[in-house]
Design a protein around this ligand. Structure first.
Ligand code: ZN
Length: 481
């Protein structure tokens, strides 16, 4: 006699029996014996052609027989058959552990995983049950989104409120030229859904804030930080420590990247590594400092790999190790990280027990409360600069950008003195001259104006909006970058 365990969903067809005993020599005979006893169950198990339906998996004892001899599998005396109907991918309610199964299409899709002993059916089901939240659908989010979809993670949440800009396409490979102007959320979700229709995607069209972070992140098993600013990085860190969720960290700058896993098990958090953020402006963002297009691909894929390993419970994660990647020299190094027992968030006596104002923590003040030395009178519109040039007025135009930016575009007649070198060149400028400073967007030239005024220059103006505004208002042939 073989015993067939009936899943809850099918018990309505078996007189509410949860187990049925049948006499059979093979799995096929056992299932047919079941349908003879309970004819109503037949249409749920077999197609009209008599084939076992693709969404029904049968296990003999603990073995999934699809990888054995299928329904011709021989039965021994007291074998137990389990019928496990699959849950279609993309279901809105994530099924319980024992209810998750793969359809035949998914079995084929993940076949290269299923033959890996470290993944196998058990691991693939873990991936399908996994819920990951991705903060950002940009440079790091692009490879993360593509691969998390491809490998079969069941549910991915994405937090992003940005739109696709042409300057993103050099590295954010989840978006295409046809996506320009679309929400990154929609563009990324379409691409991921195309790669894997079984994936459930949750879209959060918001900025992650102290008000919404705990609620959004609490639904997921793993948090992946793909952001590029310090306030969000500290916010994600603190939220992960408070929620006890692993935070897979990655960061990129020019040709270098970092990756590690924070707040995982007994490991350190981001604040153990960097207790205080750098002062605003000290560490340039990718928009200011540039980034090699391939770099986020490398770091994002390392993050995705760590996520998959944590889900599978296989291998050694980057917990307690900061991986440093140098693309220019193609070198990897790693540094040991230890949890700081005095860490204000994850230490033995934490002082940060709820989320705080991370903008203020990072020294970023809203524009209204910022106290610029240069007053509003110290600015000049690009259109007025153009008039002065056309009239041949006597003034000095100082370009405080870097030489490589000057190679991209320039305003004719300007004198190139990068902001960092300006202090050394003050004596080359006439303190009584009328000076107009410009940069890319107006931020660096604002600092230049402050510096010049502090050094006794009387007539200094910041060209508002920089060469970007010049391109908009004066000369559209000047490219924006
Ligand atoms: Zn810590």
């Amino acid at each position: 006699m073989a015993k067939i365990l009936i899943p809850t969903a099918l018990r309505q067809f078996t007189g509410q029996h949860d187990a049925v005993e049948v006499t059979a020599g093979t799995v096929s005979e056992a299932l047919h014996a079941l349908t003879e006893k309970f004819p109503d169950v037949r249409k749920n198990l077999f197609s009209d052609q008599g084939k076992l339906r693709s969404f029904v998996n049968v296990y003999v004892n603990d073995e999934d027989i699809r990888y054995l001899e299928k329904d011709a599998t021989k039965l021994k005396g007291d074998d137990t058959l389990s019928i496990v109907p699959s849950i279609a991918g993309g279901s809105t309610s994530v099924a319980d552990a024992e209810e998750v199964a793969l359809s035949n299409e998914e079995v084929m899709r993940y076949s290269r995983h299923l033959i890996l002993p470290e993944v196998g059916m058990g691991g693939q089901l873990k991936l399908k049950k996994a819920k990951i939240i991705l903060i950002g659908a940009g440079g790091l989010g692009a490879p993360l989104g593509l691969y998390l979809a491809a490998v079969g993670v069941g549910r991915v949440g994405i937090v992003d409120f940005d739109v696709v800009d042409v300057s993103n396409l050099q590295r954010q490979v989840i978006h295409g030229t046809g996506d320009l102007g679309r929400k990154k959320l929609d563009s990324a979700a379409d691409k991921m859904q195309d790669i894997n229709p079984h994936l459930q995607i949750d879209k959060y069209d918001v900025a992650l804030t102290s008000e919404n972070a705990l609620e959004i992140l609490s639904d997921y098993d793993i948090v992946i930080d793909g952001t590029d600013n310090f306030p969000t990085r500290y916010l994600v860190n603190d939220a992960c420590v408070l929620l006890k969720k692993p935070n897979i960290y990655g960061s990129i700058y020019r040709f270098e990247g970092q990756a590690t896993v924070f707040a995982y098990e007994d490991g350190p958090c981001y604040r153990c590594l960097y207790p205080e953020p750098p002062p605003p402006g000290l560490v340039p963002s990718c928009a200011e400092g540039g980034v090699l297009g391939i770099l986020p691909g490398m770091i994002g894929i390392i993050q995705a790999t760590e996520a998959v390993k944590i889900i599978l419970g296989e291998g050694t994660t980057l917990k307690g190790r900061l991986l440093l990647y140098d693309a220019m020299n193609m070198a990897f190094r790693e540094l040991k990280l230890r949890r700081d027992t005095a860490c204000p968030v994850c230490g033995d006596h934490p002082t940060v027990t709820k989320l705080i104002d991370y903008q203020a923590f990072c020294g970023i003040h809203p524009p209204a409360t910022a106290a610029p030395v240069a007053a509003s009178a110290d600015v000049i519109d690009p259109v007025d600069v153009k008039k002065k040039l056309d009239r041949g007025d006597d003034f000095v135009l100082v370009d405080v950008r870097e030489p490589y930016e000057d190679q991209i575009c320039r305003i004719p007649g300007g004198k190139l003195i990068p902001l960092g070198e300006l202090p050394k060149h003050l004596n080359e400028l006439d303190r009584n001259a009328y000076i107009v400073a410009y940069c890319r967007s107006g931020a660096r030239s604002h600092k230049a104006v402050n510096l010049l005024k502090q050094n006794g220059f009387k007539n200094v103006r910041n060209m508002t909006g920089g060469i970007l505004a010049w391109s908009d208002k004066v000369d559209p042939t000047v490219p924006k970058y």
